[in-house]
Ligand binder design. Sequence first.
Ligand SMILES: NC(=O)c1ccc[n+]([C@@H]2O[C@H](COP(=O)([O-])OP(=O)(O)OC[C@H]3O[C@@H](n4cnc5c(N)ncnc54)[C@H](O)[C@@H]3O)[C@@H](O)[C@H]2O)c1
Length: 299
Amino acid sequence: MVEPKIENVRKVLVVGAGAMGSQIGLVCALAGYDVAVQDISPEMLDKAKEQLSARLNRNVERDRNSREEADAAFGRMEFTTDLEEAARDADFVIEAAVEKLDVKRDLFARLDRLTPEHAVLATNSSTIESSRIADATGRPDRVCNMHFFNPALVMKCVEVVKNPETSEATVATTVALTERIGKEPVVLNKEVPGFVANRILHALANEAISLYENGVASFEDIDTACRSALGHPMGPFELMDLTGIDVAYYVRNVKYERSGDERDKPARSIVERYERGDLGRKTGKGWYTYDSSGRKVPS
Ligand SMILES: NC(=O)c1ccc[n+]([C@@H]2O[C@H](COP(=O)([O-])OP(=O)(O)OC[C@H]3O[C@@H](n4cnc5c(N)ncnc54)[C@H](O)[C@@H]3O)[C@@H](O)[C@H]2O)c1
């Protein structure tokens, strides 16, 4: 068995060119790595290319990158539908494909056959722990979660989550890569649903909803308390409107399906909004109401 080492990482393969994968690819390219972004959809690859190029142009206009840096980073990126070709010389894989267990298991089985033996196979999944994928490969010791936050170009935190078989060399390599691409690693020694940051966020949101449903305070005032007393950039209800009430609804249903605990079910006020189609900013109404330019309308 060949142990992974950060010194051997030259090329990163990102699987999935969606919201997360495309930005993760650019983060790695800006740090000097050769990057292949692979997707089954040529349209998603075209869209990713277009958005990243526009993003780099904006960075140059705002003096965040020089023209040379931006061009060099983009020049280090390739966009392809050919997994076999992209995986052949990949030293580190970050899988950011659609959140479906069977798709990820199939991908990891193929990546195990296609990549060099030393390559770490990491998944960016938010809800699928790598132990549920690792046994589809012949290298479970080189599999872990490497969980970025949205938008990946901006957010600093990356959670590195060990599964029971993840080797220390895999954790060390993943932590070192996280640092080299300018992010801050948070290592989880064991798998827990939601990992650390989202678990805390979820607990906060549930407490906020419970205070609201019990008539303790209005949701507007609870948001104010989180902003002005706790220093959060936005309150839990404002955040729910941004990420989508449908997401809040699905996440709680998945948690309930897995735990069977009635307390994990989506709260009444979430179900009501979900059933009315008041899904937050994207529908113009959630907890708050928004005008066509996305500004909050005073209630
Ligand atoms: N969106 C977020 O806020 C966020 C944050 C952290 C982590 N994640 C995780 O990142 C992953 C991707 O999420 P996203 O929001 O970027 O999704 P997305 O829907 O924007 O992109 C998913 C991409 O995967 C591609 N895809 C589907 N099947 C594939 C396959 N077999 N091979 C290659 N590509 C395939 C799709 O064509 C699509 O481009 C998920 O695992 C999710 O849990 C998402």
